[in-house]
Design a protein around this ligand. Structure first.
Ligand SMILES: [Cu+2]
Length: 266
C-alpha cells in the first residue's frame, strides 16, 4: 500500500469521529444561544431611540424593544432549525437512503400554525394598547399648535398668539416648530394639497396630514434641544426638502416666543 493511502485510512475515520463528537458538544450551546443573547445585557438598549424624550417614547420604546426581542427569539430559533439539520442530519456516504419523512404530521402542523398566531396576537395586543394611549385626546392639554403640510414645506400656527402667529417654511428656509418643555400640546394636522406625513423620528411620532381631514395628536416633549423633522409620505417632486426642526424650549421661553410671533412670522 502506498504510504499516503495508508495514512488516509488511519486518519480519516478518526478525524470524522472527533468532528462528530465536537459537533455533539455544540448541541447544548446551540439551544442556549437565544437565552445567552437575551440575558447578556441587563438593560435593553433603546435600539436607536432615546428613553423619556416625549410622552410618546414613554409608550412606544418598550413596544419597539419588545418587538425586536420577539423578532430576535424567532430569528435565532428559526436559524437553529435551519442549521441543525444541515449539521446533525447530513447525508451519510455509507447510508445513502432517504431519511424518514414527517410531512402530514398533524401535531407539527398545528404547532407551526398556532405559534405564529400567538406571536401575531401578542404583538397586536400590545400595539393596540399603546396606540390607544398615544392617540388619546384630552381636554387638559396646555397649548395648541396647527401643522399644515404644503407642497413642499410646513406651516406652523400658534392660535394662542392670534391668527397672525403663523410660520411658513420653504425648501430653502426650513421652518422651526417651537414646543414647550413638559407641557402637553395638541397638534391639529391638515394638508392644503396632497397627503403629507408629519414625522419627528426621535419622538417616535408620525401622523398623516390629509387633505379634507383634520387629524389631532397630543404629546408632551420632555427634553430640551433641537430635533429634526420631515415629511414621510412621498408627496411630490420636492418631498425630500420638506424638512423642519423641532425646538423644545422652557415654558417661559415658549411664552416669549409666542409674543414675538403675535404680529406674524418673526
Ligand atoms: Cu410632504
Amino acid at each position: 500500500m502506498p504510504r499516503s493511502a495508508a495514512f488516509q485510512t488511519i486518519i480519516t475515520p478518526m478525524s470524522r469521529r472527533s468532528r462528530m463528537t465536537r459537533l455533539s458538544r455544540l448541541k447544548p450551546l446551540l439551544l442556549l444561544a437565544p437565552l445567552v443573547l437575551l440575558t447578556g445585557c441587563s438593560k435593553v438598549s433603546g435600539l436607536g431611540f432615546e428613553e423619556g424624550i416625549t410622552s410618546v417614547n414613554d409608550q412606544s420604546l418598550s413596544l419597539w424593544q419588545g418587538a425586536w426581542i420577539a423578532a430576535g427569539v424567532v430569528g435565532v430559533f428559526t436559524l437553529i432549525l435551519i442549521v441543525w439539520p444541515a449539521i446533525f442530519h447530513r447525508g451519510k456516504k455509507e447510508d445513502p437512503s432517504f431519511p424518514k419523512q414527517t410531512q402530514y404530521n398533524v401535531p407539527v402542523e398545528i404547532a407551526y400554525t398556532v405559534i405564529p398566531f400567538i406571536i401575531v396576537a401578542v404583538l397586536f395586543y400590545y400595539t393596540a394598547q399603546k396606540q390607544t394611549i398615544i392617540t388619546e385626546k384630552t381636554t387638559t392639554y396646555a397649548h395648541e399648535i396647527t401643522v399644515e403640510g404644503i407642497q413642499w414645506s410646513w406651516q406652523f400656527g400658534y392660535p394662542e398668539a392670534g391668527p397672525k402667529a403663523v410660520v411658513t417654511g420653504t425648501p430653502e428656509q426650513t421652518p422651526t416648530l417651537v414646543v414647550p418643555l413638559g407641557e402637553r400640546v395638541r397638534y391639529t394636522l391638515t394638508a392644503n394639497d396632497v397627503v403629507h406625513g408629519f414625522w419627528i423620528p426621535a419622538f417616535m411620532i408620525q401622523m398623516q396630514n390629509l387633505p379634507g381631514v383634520t387629524n389631532h395628536l397630543e404629546f408632551t416633549a420632555n427634553k430640551l434641544g433641537e430635533f429634526p423633522g420631515r415629511c414621510n409620505i412621498l408627496c411630490g417632486r420636492n418631498h425630500s426638502q420638506m424638512l423642519f426642526t423641532v425646538k423644545v424650549v422652557t415654558p417661559a421661553e415658549y411664552d416669549a416666543y409666542l409674543e414675538t410671533i403675535k404680529g406674524g412670522q418673526a
